[in-house]
Design a binder for this molecule. Structure first.
Ligand code: RIB
Length: 311
């Protein structure tokens, strides 16, 4: 049997992100003065692609951009990071644009104009089948049309590719669809929406619900409370590392990318969560997203062990 070199594909939104730092978030009708301004390329899949590459993986990014400054910026930064961009160019659409407010506590509020990313087409992905087939692991999300994610999943199944669905931003999805992924990685809010729950469950209740749902693997991130690993045979809580967050933007993307890299290197799910927890703890201590993504060497130096406990 042919053994493939680990290659990670991230499929979804890439665009410009503008960061405005504010003291606090708006009250209705309030105008705020921003203390800081910063611009970089971003998007969940885009951040995941860069994070995986920084951690040493070979990476492809699949997305759709307009023929404008944002599109060129996305391509240039991907290439500078050693990532292969596979971009559908949509001439009449703008490249995605996100406005990110960060407050003095390191929390964020994000608004995204998806533009071209909303037009990422299944046909384009099918045309890229030979490229997708080179991937061993695919990071998929919901920041592009669900039809594109479904097409990518079908190609992944055909080529035996491990699939990770980071269901962000969340929409309610059928359990039969969720069961098709090898791993799903919602945060608590996303898990609540995904399962169509009317209240935010306690971790133990959520773990039971996801366990009963018959998913292959689920990792639910709980912010400063850590993360849950839920498989048909285990429900474990992995505590977060004690850090002082300055900017949590992209922490989930960092976590997902690190998880994919560790899994692609044949680490166990528990080892992968420990690696991902270290990576996201590093990123929340730094501002913005791309500047906050660690390299593999940076993580090795600061690596901390995490002891999980049963729920
Ligand atoms: O997860 C953070 C990302 O979400 C930002 O880069 C922004 O672009 C939004 O899509």
């Amino acid at each position: 049997m042919e053994v493939k070199e680990p290659v990670i594909g991230a499929i979804g939104l890439g665009g410009e992100s503008v960061f405005l730092s504010v003291d606090h978030f708006h009250a209705p009708g309030e105008t705020l003065r921003a203390e800081g301004f910063f611009m970089e390329p971003g998007g969940k899949a885009y951040n995941q692609a860069v994070a995986a590459a920084r951690l040493g993986a070979k990476v492809y990014f699949f997305g759709a951009v307009g023929s404008d400054y944002g599109g060129s910026l996305c391509r240039d930064v991907l290439e500078a990071e050693g990532i292969t961009p596979v971009l559908q160019t949509v001439p009449d659409a703008n490249t995605a644009y996100a406005c990110i407010l960060t407050d003095r506590n390191g929390e964020n509020q994000v608004t995204v104009s998806r533009g071209a990313a909303d037009i990422l087409s299944p046909d384009f992905l099918y045309e890229q089948e030979s490229c997708i087939a080179q991937c061993t692991h695919l990071l998929l999300g919901l920041e592009c049309p669900i039809e594109a994610t479904t097409a990518a999943l079908a190609l992944a199944k055909k080529h035996g590719i491990f699939t990770i669905l980071n269901p962000a931003p969340a929409i309610p999805l059928d359990l039969d669809f969720l069961r098709l992924f090898d791993l799903i990685t919602p945060n608590l809010q996303e898990a609540t929406v995904l399962l169509g729950l009317e209240h935010t469950p306690e971790p133990a209740e959520l773990a039971q619900l996801l366990c009963n749902a018959g998913l292959t693997n689920a990792v639910v991130t709980l912010g400063s409370k850590g993360s849950l690993l839920i498989t048909p045979s285990q429900q474990m809580l992995f505590p977060a590392l004690p850090v002082t967050a300055v900017d949590t933007t992209g922490a989930g993307d960092t976590f997902n990318a690190a998880l994919a890299v560790a899994i692609s290197q044949d680490q166990s799910m528990a080892e992968a969560i420990e690696f991902a927890t270290n990576a996201s703890a590093w990123s929340v201590c730094r501002n913005h997203v791309l500047d906050s993504l660690p390299t593999a060497n940076e993580l090795v130096v600061n690596y901390r062990k995490i002891i999980p406990c049963s729920l």
